[in-house]
Every structure is written in structure tokens, then in C-alpha cells.
Design a protein around this ligand. Structure first.
Ligand code: PLP
Length: 421
């Protein structure tokens, strides 16, 4: 039945969407609905909640900040939470990322990165405009993000708005060299401004993993051709792949890094785009036409910055890496039972992220099996939102081994319903 609510939800086809729980509370890895139902948040509420819902220190920092400053225009003004946060981010991200530009979401952090790259080349006096991206990539739903993302059902209606990019094949196992050669060739053939990548794993593109050596090689090739490398760590950042940032595993220092989602521990929307001094310096000029023309009204919201600062402190004062290692071990144990199970293919894991594909003939994002799986998990009190036939888990780091085990038992039960016998 058609809902009477005026709310239009994201990535939701209201004509087929079933009953939507009203969530009134979050605690640790759990959500609580108005009717008292408890739901285990196995995807960290779209990958943002890292330590768990309502982490005490982050909630307290938000309350404290509201006693002092709610908002101030960030052009021509600054404030302590932004200044301290920026310093701390420069200290913990790969060395060489020296300047911090604030925005509000993963998508806007990507827009900023693309604009920084083009501005850099223009202001440096070089005609480089071509952007390279990976096949299957997802970088957000704004125009630039969609342009560099894989083309498909998600963005087909908006195609007239999108700019053209050159696409490299995804480095599938055994086909890594083809990607590297395509990158090298593209850098020789065209005036390439930047390569944008999701380091080590494509998220929304299907949780597809590639090894650190490929990432390191991509970095080396970009450097050899003076091509800027944009690392979109919006999903991979803040511990998801087992290290604080995925680039660390390849010893890669990007020219530009995008971070959001777990930046505030998942409490408030905030994003940052970090860049090298060279990129900042190209815009640094008495010529006001070289100003970096980007802003949004809430740039560097003091309350969101205070939340992010508290999050960084949580990383420094709590055994977060140990929790990540424990969660990764629990995921590995859970996946093990499916490694030889013919109902599943591509059983895979990187750090705290686990994924496996249900062996059905209708795959792809719009496959009917996706909503069926979602419904079966919800009936069992689990928020699992498959990407087509790909079931993945990306839970908060406070999840216990018992909770993770229960999710895998549910996967077993759901597989028996969908693929009986
Ligand atoms: N980049 C990557 C790699 C993402 O996974 C996402 C979102 O999932 C985005 C960008 C867009 O982030 P947001 O949804 O916060 O705009």
C-alpha cells in the first residue's frame, strides 16, 4: 500500500518497498525500532558507524560543543575544532597530505578532489584535463562522483550531465597486469590530470578486492607520468580494511585523499579532502582568479568537527586496532564454513569487510534476489543490504564474536530458503 508519508527515501523504490521500520534508538551495534524490535546493524548504517552507535565520548563532545559555538561562516573565519582536527588529520593520514579542505559528504569530498586536480593543472599552466577511473567504481551521487563512477542503471537518466572519463579495467585476479598496462598507456596517450581510485576494494561496485602491490604499482605509474592520484578512502578509511587507511598497506601516498563516513565515528555528516602542499601552492597567489572556488554553507560545522575530533581521540585512547583484529578474525571464522559451499562463490575478506556471492543465475544490482535476501535478513533482525546477489557484512567494531557468528548462522538459514536443497 502506498505510504502516506511525504518522505522520499534514498535509493528506495517506494512502489515496491515493504514496511519501513521507524528507528528510535541506536546502541552499540544495534538499532531499536518504535515497535520494540531490535535490529543488528551489520552494515554500520551505510558504512559510517565505526565504534558503534552513540559512542559516549563522541556524544559528549557534541553536547559540549553546543555550549560554545554552533555555526560560523568558514570563509574568512576559523574555529578551534576545525583547526585542531585539521592538524590531527594531517598527522595521521599518509605523510605528504598537508592541507585539509572540509565538506559535508563523501560525494562532496570527491567533487572537491576533482576540482583541486583540475585547478592544480590549470594554475600550473599545463593543459591536463583527462580523468582516469576504475571500471566498476563508485564515488558518490553528485555529478562529478557519478561521472567518475561506473555507468549503469544508477546514473543512466542523468547521462547528459556527466563528463567523459577514461576507464581502466578492474584488476581481477590474474589480470592485474592488464590494468597496469592500461594505466601506463592512458598516461602516455592523453594529457591526464588525475587517476581516482578506491584503494584495495571497490565498495558499492560489488566489494571487489585487489592486492596492495597493484595499488602500489598504480601509484608508481602515476608518479612516473606526473599524474595526480586521488585516493577515495570514503569507504575504506577508518579501519575498514584492517589498517587505519587502506593506502597504508601499499605504502602509497596519494596526492589527494578523500575521507568521510567514519570521520565522525558515524555521528554527524562531515568530510575532508586532504592534498599535498604542491596542490595548495598552485592555488596560492595574489591573483584572486586562482582562489579555490568551492564551499557549502555548513563547511566545517563546528559541531561535526568536535565529533570528528572526539573520534580521532577514541582511536588514540581505545584499543580500536585490537577490536578490528578481533572482528576480522570473527569474520574469517564465519566465512570459513562457506568456502567449499557450492551455493556461494567469491568468498572474500579484507580486514573487517566480508563478502560472498550467492550462486544464482540472475546476478547484478537489480536482481530480484537482492530484495528477497534483504527481506529474509530483516525478518531475522539483521540489517544486511546485499548488492544484488553479493551478501556483505561491514559491522561496527564493537560487534562481539557471538553477534558475528549469529549473522553467519542467519546467512546459512537464508541460503536454505533461497536455494533449497
Ligand atoms: N566514495 C566512496 C568510495 C563511497 O563508498 C561513497 C559512498 O558509499 C561515496 C564516495 C559517497 O559518499 P556519500 O554517500 O557520503 O556522499
Amino acid at each position: 500500500m502506498r505510504s502516506t508519508s511525504p518522505v522520499w527515501h534514498p535509493f528506495t523504490q517506494h512502489a515496491v518497498q515493504g514496511e519501513m521500520p521507524t528507528i528510535v534508538k541506536g546502541e552499540g551495534a544495534w538499532l531499536e525500532a518504535a515497535d520494540g524490535r531490535r535490529i543488528f546493524d551489520a552494515i554500520s548504517s551505510w558504512w559510517v558507524v565505526t565504534h558503534g552507535h552513540r559512542h559516549a565520548q563522541i556524544m559528549q563532545a557534541i553536547r559540549t560543543q553546543t555550549d560554545n559555538l554552533d555555526q560560523v561562516i568558514f570563509a574568512g573565519f576559523t574555529h578551534p575544532p576545525a583547526e585542531e582536527l585539521a592538524r590531527r588529520l594531517v598527522a595521521i593520514t599518509p605523510p605528504g597530505l598537508d592541507y585539509v579542505f572540509f565538506s559535508d559528504s563523501g560525494s562532496t569530498s570527491v567533487e572537491v578532489a576533482l576540482k583541486m586536480a583540475l585547478g592544480y593543472w590549470l594554475h600550473s599552466g599545463e593543459q591536463r584535463r583527462r580523468i582516469l577511473a576504475l571500471e566498476g567504481a563508485y564515488h558518490g551521487d553528485t555529478i562529478g562522483g557519478m561521472s567518475v563512477g561506473e555507468r549503469g542503471v544508477f546514473n543512466a537518466p542523468y547521462e547528459p550531465l556527466l563528463f567523459d572519463v577514461a576507464r581502466l579495467p578492474f584488476p581481477r585476479p590474474g589480470r592485474e597486469q592488464a590494468t597496469l598496462e592500461a594505466l601506463d598507456q592512458a598516461c602516455r596517450d592523453e594529457a591526464v590530470a588525475a587517476l581516482i581510485i578506491e584503494p584495495l576494494i571497490l565498495g558499492a561496485g560489488g566489494m571487489l578486492i585487489y592486492p596492495p602491490w597493484v595499488l602500489a604499482e598504480m601509484g608508481r605509474i602515476c608518479k612516473a607520468h606526473d599524474v595526480l592520484l586521488i585516493a577515495d578512502e570514503v569507504m575504506t578509511g577508518w579501519g575498514r580494511t584492517g589498517t587505519l587507511f587502506a593506502c597504508e598497506q601499499a605504502g602509497l601516498v596519494p596526492d589527494i585523499g578523500c575521507y568521510s563516513k567514519g570521520l565522525t565515528g558515524g555521528a554527524l555528516p562531515l568530510a575532508v579532502t586532504l592534498c599535498s602542499a604542491g596542490i595548495f601552492d598552485a592555488h596560492y597567489s595574489p591573483d584572486r582568479r586562482k582562489t579555490f572556488f568551492h564551499s557549502s554553507s555548513y563547511t566545517a560545522s563546528p559541531i561535526a568537527c568536535a565529533a570528528a575530533l572526539a573520534n580521532v581521540k577514541v582511536w588514540q585512547t581505545e584499543p580500536v586496532m585490537q577490536r578490528i583484529a578481533d572482528l576480522a578474525a570473527a569474520q574469517a571464522r564465519g566465512l570459513d564454513r562457506f568456502r567449499d559451499d557450492r551455493r556461494f562463490t567469491n568468498v572474500r575478506q579484507i580486514g573487517t569487510i566480508a563478502a560472498l556471492d550467492l550462486a544464482v543465475t540472475d546476478a547484478g544490482y537489480l536482481a530480484d534476489v537482492g530484495p528477497r535476501l534483504y527481506g529474509e535478513f530483516m525478518r531475522r533482525g539483521l540489517l544486511v543490504r546485499p548488492l544484488g546477489n553479493t551478501i556483505y557484512l561491514m559491522p561496527p567494531y564493537c560487534s562481539t564474536a557471538g553477534e558475528i557468528d549469529a549473522v553467519y548462522q542467519a546467512i546459512e538459514a537464508v541460503a536454505e530458503v533461497i536455494l533449497p536443497g
